[in-house]
Write a protein that binds this ligand. Structure first.
Ligand code: PHE
Length: 385
């Protein structure tokens, strides 16, 4: 709260009539102050409120002019005048901010009132629901990879640390564990705390165990993953798809061909160019991050061409100790794996730019970006039909 004039030390307590040189009487000051504050408090529109702001605080606004005149006062009058006019400026700023907040609130209320949905009305004959882009992309991935001989595998979202980290060549002291912003659950009964899986890679281990250490594997594992992170491109829950191939004689060439074939089918373009960048993941060796080329069309980035590069996935040859943790003999079996953000794939293909909207459940967004339940993705009909 600003201090009242009478609470000030005597040297600041001068009246404007005593200060005189500014040409503003005490009465004029109070009338002007009241007029500005009243006008701010009763402005009916943001435009009217802004006019009040300009008239008071703008370059040639009345308060600004008074503040400028202070410099020309005799030194002993500057402090009391400065107190008065700076305090007035603050009062006006607060009044304008309060009124602006009230007008914004009223506008939002009016908008929400206009857009109410009456949940008691009977359902419309035409179905309102649509397939969420994430579900659509998962279906597209399953379709594309089924054509390449991959089955769909799943694993639990609540994982043990062994599956999420240790078996993936990240022992307890491994620094990569700290990179994942992991959600830990409360431990009970002397058990180690479980985690919300930070990636779909634990499904690699589960798939190898399920295959019993003696059969080739070709799977993708789409699903939910969790990290404590939130901004326009990160949500605490997001989706990944894991890919895993285990067989004899698997090389980096197989990895590159598979990814190229997948991305061409997914983006439905032949001019997809990939760039494999050497990288590091504890569970693959060697590891590569994969960039896909984009071109700029009408100021927007479009996948295809090579004006620039966008990172789309992490990949590599499955590390020997991961193959062993899955129950396979690493001297006999090799493999490649990759992990890719599904939400990001959807954004790149269908043009959304804020990831958070994916999970708001806003009926308008869903209507705009959703897919018809009857448009089942097929390679022959176009996966993104
Ligand atoms: N699990 C990695 C991640 O979430 C991605 C990845 C998967 C990298 C498989 C290599 C192999 O970032």
């Amino acid at each position: 709260m600003p201090v009242e004039l009478h609470e000030l030390p005597p040297e600041l307590r001068k009246s404007l009539d005593e200060i005189g040189n500014l040409g503003v009487s005490e009465e004029q000051f109070h009338l002007t102050r009241k007029r500005i504050l009243d006008e701010a408090a009763t402005s009916e529109t943001l435009a009217a409120l802004d006019a009040v702001r300009v008239a008071a605080l703008g370059k040639t606004g009345v308060v600004s002019i008074w503040l400028k005149l202070i410099g020309g006062l005799p030194p002993e009058n500057r402090a009391p005048a400065s107190y008065r006019f700076n305090r007035l400026r603050e009062e006006v700023q607060v009044a304008i901010a309060d009124r602006k907040a009230a007008l914004d609130r009223a506008e939002l209320d009016a908008k929400l009132a206009r857009e109410t949905l009456d949940m008691t009305l009977p359902a419309e004959a035409a179905p309102l629901g649509s397939i969420h882009p994430v579900s659509q992309v998962m279906d597209e991935l399953a379709e594309i990879f089924a054509d390449l001989g991959f089955a769909v595998a799943t694993g639990p979202e609540i994982e043990t640390q062994w599956y999420n980290f240790t078996a993936l060549n990240m022992p307890e002291t491994h620094p990569a564990r700290a990179m994942h912003d992991t959600f830990y659950l409360n431990a009970h009964d002397g058990e180690e705390a479980r985690v919300l899986r930070t990636h779909t890679s634990p499904v690699q281990i589960r798939a190898m165990q399920a295959a019993g250490g003696s059969k080739p594997i070709r799977i993708i594992a789409p699903g939910r993953t969790y990290r404590s992170d939130s901004d326009a491109t990160h949500t605490p829950m997001f989706h990944q798809v894991e890919g895993l191939v285990i067989d004899k004689g698997i090389t980096l060439g197989h990895l590159k061909w598979t990814l190229e074939t997948f991305l061409k089918a997914f983006f439905e373009r032949d001019d997809i160019v990939l760039r494999l960048r050497p990288s590091y993941f504890p569970f693959t060796e060697p590891s590569a991050e994969v960039d896909v080329g984009f071109s700029v069309v009408n100021g927007k980035r479009v996948i295809g061409g090579s004006d620039g590069w966008m990172e789309v996935l992490g990949s590599g040859m499955v590390h020997r100790s991961v193959i062993a943790a899955g129950g396979y003999d690493p001297d006999e079996w090799q493999g490649f794996a990759f992990g890719c953000g599904i939400d990001r794939l959807a954004m790149l293909k269908y043009g959304m730019d804020d990831l958070r909207a994916f999970f708001d459940g806003d009926a308008r967004w869903l209507k705009h970006y959703g897919f018809s339940a009857l448009d089942v993705p097929t390679l022959s009909g176009g996966v993104g039909a």
